[in-house]
Write a new protein. Structure first.
Length: 320
């Protein structure tokens, strides 16, 4: 049996790059041919050569890739970015999803859509942990655009689909500058080792006492591969590590692993989610997936790779 080809929007990003690496190891899947890239801004010093997600070249790129499956990862994922540029957020997250869905319909491709657990109702009265059946009532533009994308994908029957709702995901520099864990790690390492490059202290828009469920990007990518290999079409599934702890503990572990003080500004009043606990029981039962990395192991890896990244930065780079 020939391997199915998988094309990923946002292929230069943190999630997509990790999925790509696992596709190379799969016995059932392989990366599609691709010379097209889209990523949103990840850091000031990154070169962005990408075609817009609404650009005319996208349909040709997917067709030429000979893909069987399109994984739609590209998005404006930061809540603050969405609020600062709502037009861009709507164009990319909503209209971009509609455009990719139309292309999949025309070219007869299957579609995997990356949503978010930020679509769930943050009301403290809403039962935790969230399951796939929990009430969805996103209070932010980011959550609204991703929820609207879900409705577009699941509200049609011509394109086979899977919708995944990942919880907090983090990786390492230079691919991950979206997660607050990674941003604090990089800034603190710069402050300690290359203070002339440190830039502005990062704001952490979370309540330090609130429970959050962070997951390594490698574990998220493995879950996506499991779903693709198992062909769980028509499923909506949470992906979470189920290892929640107070936000403050993640940063305490990070500081201990770096072995020098971390620098950040807590902004707890901006944390609209409160305790954000998400169940991935359904995914685990269907696909047999389990996260491989514990929280301490993941934070240790982040610290190690952050130090490597900072030590190898050229002098002219300015991280903000």
């Amino acid at each position: 049996m020939s391997k199915q080809r998988v094309w990923i929007s946002g292929e230069g990003g943190n999630l997509a790059m990790n999925i790509h690496q696992l596709l190379l190891q799969s016995t059932k899947l392989q990366p599609a041919k691709s010379t097209w890239r889209f990523t949103d801004q990840v850091a000031q010093h990154h070169n962005r050569l990408e075609v817009d997600i609404l650009g005319q070249k996208l349909e040709a790129a997917i067709e030429q890739s000979e893909a069987d499956i399109v994984v739609h990862s590209a998005a404006v994922v930061n809540t603050d970015k969405c609020q600062a540029d709502p037009t861009r957020a709507i164009e990319v997250n909503l209209l971009g999803t509609q455009y990719i869905l139309n292309i999949c319909r025309q070219l007869k491709k299957k579609l995997v859509y990356f949503s978010t657990t930020a679509t769930y109702d943050p009301d403290p009265a809403c039962q935790r942990p969230y399951t796939e059946a929990s009430r969805q009532r996103p209070p932010t533009l980011y959550g609204i655009t991703k929820y609207a994308g879900e409705l577009l994908v699941t509200g049609q029957s011509e394109v086979p689909w899977i919708v995944v709702r990942p919880c907090f995901i983090y990786g390492d520099p230079p691919l991950d500058f979206s997660s607050q864990l990674c941003r604090v790690a990089v800034h603190s390492a710069l402050k300690q080792l290359r203070p002339n490059l440190a830039g502005t202290i990062p704001r952490v828009t979370l309540d330090p006492a609130a429970l959050k469920d962070y997951m390594r990007v490698e574990d998220f990518a493995a879950a996506v591969i499991k779903l693709l290999e198992g062909e769980f079409w028509g499923e909506i599934l949470n992906i979470s590590a189920q290892q929640a702890r107070p936000m403050r503990e993640y940063f305490t572990m990070l500081e201990n692993e770096l072995e020098f003080p971390i620098h950040m500004l807590w902004v707890p009043e901006a944390d609209y989610m409160g305790d954000h606990l998400v169940s991935s029981t359904r995914l685990r039962g269907l696909a047999g997936w389990q996260p491989r990395m514990s929280v301490p192991e993941g934070i240790s890896l982040l610290a190690h790779r952050t130090l490597q990244y900072v030590e190898n930065l050229p002098q002219e780079v300015l991280y903000k």
